[in-house]
Design a protein around this ligand. Structure first.
Ligand SMILES: [Zn+2]
Length: 272
């Protein structure tokens, strides 16, 4: 009996090693569809590749809003061959979808090189800039539109937007409140590409700047909480601030306090 137990133990060690990443944490289940997702809701996306390094075990969870509340449109976007997909999507009724398996690198929080360079200059510099999006209509009058060299250009050619006097954008007050002493985005000092190390979860929502049950329903929070608990347990991720974060926390210049945004109640999914 004693001998048998010894063999079992060494076999177990080998099995654990095969399922463990470089830091020894478990990676079991990552190559499977999540058991919380109904079979009909497992919709494979082509917008993914291998994690870098491929043995990387997720260390963070990144929460997003879709900015589009049409489920069909959003599903079609993630399944079409383009540049975007999260791992998971949660709807207002609490329905859960999966597009990319946890072991793979979903394209949900990429940071382009120019923006990454800005972060290298510290908060007092990067907080002067927002990414320019043609669809965003609320850049203030008098804003300065800038190209990749930060030279003023016509709006249609812009990459970034600065205030007329190049002061810190007030939109970053949300980031400052959450991270009073942070000079760079969350985990940027460890890895400049959040897609490498995180699992991305989209909430089907237009978002809201104040607490709003229409932007984030009770059913949505319930599913989100179960999913976050499930993932944190599987990959030994602390279920707390700093590890369960928003897209705006890992790329504030690209998302300046609206993804998910200040109406999102982190206490509903994290431990206090
Ligand atoms: Zn996002």
């Amino acid at each position: 009996m004693r001998k048998r137990r010894t063999i079992d133990r060494s076999l177990k060690t080998i099995m654990c090693k095969r399922n463990a990443g470089e830091d020894g944490r478990s990676y079991i289940h990552a190559n499977e569809w999540n058991e919380l997702v109904p079979e009909d809701n497992r919709l494979e996306s082509p917008n993914k590749n291998a994690r870098r390094p491929a043995s990387m075990i997720p260390t963070h969870i990144v929460i997003h809003i879709t900015g589009n509340d049409c489920l069909k449109e959003v599903k079609d976007i993630y399944r079409a061959r383009n540049s975007v997909s999260p791992h998971y999507l949660v709807t207002q009724t609490g329905e859960l979808f999966q597009f990319v398996k946890d072991a793979e690198r979903a394209w949900h929080s990429g940071i382009d090189l120019l923006t990454a360079n800005l972060y290298g200059w510290g908060y007092n510099n990067w907080s002067k800039y927002l990414t320019y999006f043609a669809w965003y209509k609320d850049y203030p009058e008098g804003a300065v539109y800038l190209n990749e060299e930060l030279s003023p250009v016509r709006m249609e050619q812009a990459k970034f937007v600065a205030m007329h006097d190049y002061q810190t954008w007030p939109d970053f007050s949300y980031f400052r409140r959450r991270w009073p002493r942070r000079d760079i985005p969350v985990n940027f000092n460890v890895d400049t590409d959040p897609n490498n190390y995180s699992i991305g979860i989209e909430c089907l929502s237009l978002g809201a700047k104040t607490k709003n049950k229409h932007a984030y329903s009770a059913e949505m929070y319930k599913t989100l909480r179960s999913l976050v608990k499930n993932l944190c347990k599987k990959y030994t991720i602390p279920r707390k601030k700093g590890y369960v974060v928003g897209h705006e926390d890992v790329n504030p210049v690209g998302r300046w306090g609206w993804d998910p945004n200040s109406g999102f109640n982190w206490n509903r999914i994290c431990q206090r």
